[in-house]
Design a protein around this ligand. Structure first.
Ligand SMILES: [Zn+2]
Length: 55
């Protein structure tokens, strides 16, 4: 059984920004149920300052 994820991954802070290769994304944050991806370190910092805004 093949499991192909067709779901695209987007930056949590700027949802228009697609993370093309999540495996290569170095700006990630593991949450309880999912992993957040960020296009830049800045986005990660913004998220960390106010996570509730992007939940
Ligand atoms: Zn971003």
């Amino acid at each position: 059984m093949k499991k192909i994820s067709k779901k695209k991954t987007y930056c949590t802070v700027c949802p228009k920004w697609e993370i093309k290769i999540p495996e290569r994304c170095s700006n990630t944050l593991k949450a309880k149920s999912k992993t957040h991806y960020f296009c830049t370190k800045r986005c990660k910092e913004r998220y960390l300052k106010a996570p509730e805004k992007f939940a």
